[in-house]
Design a protein around this ligand. Structure first.
Ligand code: GTP
Ligand code: MG
Ligand code: ZN
Length: 379
């Protein structure tokens, strides 16, 4: 071997060793990148959800799931759907699984990890080996009722989808209703393009003078066309009206715990009995008896969604500038404010504030407006 050969040999060996090292590093790098991508795909609390459960179910019920090509994973609607997807209605949601109504069948199904479904959603699903149903796509929602997820306040939690009528259920007593709660549900329903009706349950607990006081308290809602329905699941008073109101419609019962949402459903649908729970004697609050939303269909075509009690009704995605438009009683006065973009809170010569102070409309509703306005920040 002459000098040149020796040099060439050394260079080749060096390149080879360098390449070998690079390949190993590359492999490590690729592995790390894959892990990072997997971590990014879902928030940690959700990552286990459908991925693990779905796989476990597949292993239990049928052949191993063929994973979608990496490029399409995590994009439910982009993932190649099979030629024919059946359409189902979500009637129950719990921990990454759903119950689907499809014709006369009511079946459990799993869903792609990227899908977040609510009761009332319409979905496209396919039947897999072993009788497994896989939800692949969510149909566009015509309306919804959403609020911030209590565990992750920046995320939207849809309580019910495709609802024609939100029934904001509160109690005359035990627990006594809070107008601020009702105001917020009215806003959220309008934001979700759903009609809303206030239902005050447990009026059987009121004596005649208290009933008169309740009517007065509810007057601001009647003035804006949101008349309340006062009734009692216990005595049956007003239930016929509720039955008529819900006939042939999809309606969601939403309200604090213990106000009697499930009791009302039981009264309308005596064929099935949902669990109800007495309110706590110490503070008259509910015990969160219903833990997951459920949709039931009655013989008269009413689709009624029972939802778990909510402690507070937060708002998300509302623009501060648009807030006043959700208070119809402000409209005729807002035209006379000195500033066109008046927030009605601090500006001089504000006709809305003056009207509230003069009693032209409910000062209490105006106070709710101011509180929500302050909470929304400048976004
Ligand atoms: N006096 C009276 N009590 C009622 C009426 N409706 C319901 N209740 C009682 O109120 C309590 C709570 O009723 P539920 O139907 O469990 O209330 P809910 O709104 O479904 O509560 P969560 O599932 O916890 O959200 C139960 O003890 C019912 O018997 C009513 O019209 N009058
Ligand atoms: Mg309930
Ligand atoms: Zn103003």
């Amino acid at each position: 071997m002459d000098q040149d050969d020796k040099r060439r040999f050394q260079e080749r060996a060096q390149r080879a060793s360098k390449k070998h090292k690079t390949l190993a590093e590359l492999k490590l790098q690729k592995e790390e990148a894959r892990r990072r991508r997997a971590r990014r795909r879902k928030p940690s609390h959700e990552r286990w959800r459908a991925d693990d459960e779905e796989q476990a179910l597949f292993e239990k019920l049928g052949p191993r799931r063929e994973r979608a090509p990496r490029s399409t994973q995590g994009a439910a609607n982009a993932a190649e759907p099979p030629a024919t997807l059946e359409v189902g209605l979500v009637v129950g949601v719990a921990r990454g699984r759903v119950r689907l109504e499809c014709g006369s069948e009511c079946l459990p199904a799993v869903l792609l990890p990227t899908l977040e479904l609510a009761v009332g959603d319409r979905v496209g699903f396919e039947r897999r080996a072993g009788g497994l149903l896989l939800v692949r796509e969510l149909h566009a929602r015509s309306s919804w009722l959403a609020r911030p997820d209590p565990a992750h306040p920046q995320r939207r939690l849809v309580l019910a989808a495709n609802v024609e009528l939100v029934l904001c259920v509160v109690a005359a007593r035990e627990p006594r209703w809070k107008p601020g709660f009702v105001d917020r549900v009215l806003l959220a329903a309008e934001e979700g393009r759903a009609r809303v009706r206030i239902v005050v349950n447990k009026v059987d607990l009121l004596a005649a003078p208290e009933r008169a006081a309740l009517t007065e308290e509810l007057a601001p809602y009647a003035a804006i066309g949101a008349e309340a329905l006062c009734l009692s699941a216990a005595s049956g008073e007003g239930l016929e009206l509720l039955r008529e109101l819900t006939r042939g419609r999809t309606c969601a019962f939403v309200g604090p715990s213990g106000v009697g949402k499930s009791s009302l459903l039981n009264a309308l649908d005596p064929s099935r009995t949902r669990a109800t729970g007495a309110v706590r004697a110490s503070d008259g609050k509910g015990r969160h008896t219903t833990s997951a939303a459920e949709l039931v269909t009655l013989a008269n075509g009413a689709r009624l969604i029972d939802t778990p009690g909510v402690r507070q009704f937060g708002l998300l995605g509302l623009e501060r500038r648009a807030l006043a438009s959700y208070f119809p009683e402000f409209a005729e006065f807002a035209r006379h404010c000195r500033f066109r973009d008046c927030s009605h809170r601090v500006e001089p010569a504000c006709a809305v504030r003056a009207a509230a102070q003069a009693g032209a409309f409910s000062a209490r509703r105006f106070a709710t407006y101011a509180r929500i306005h302050a909470s929304l920040g400048d976004a």
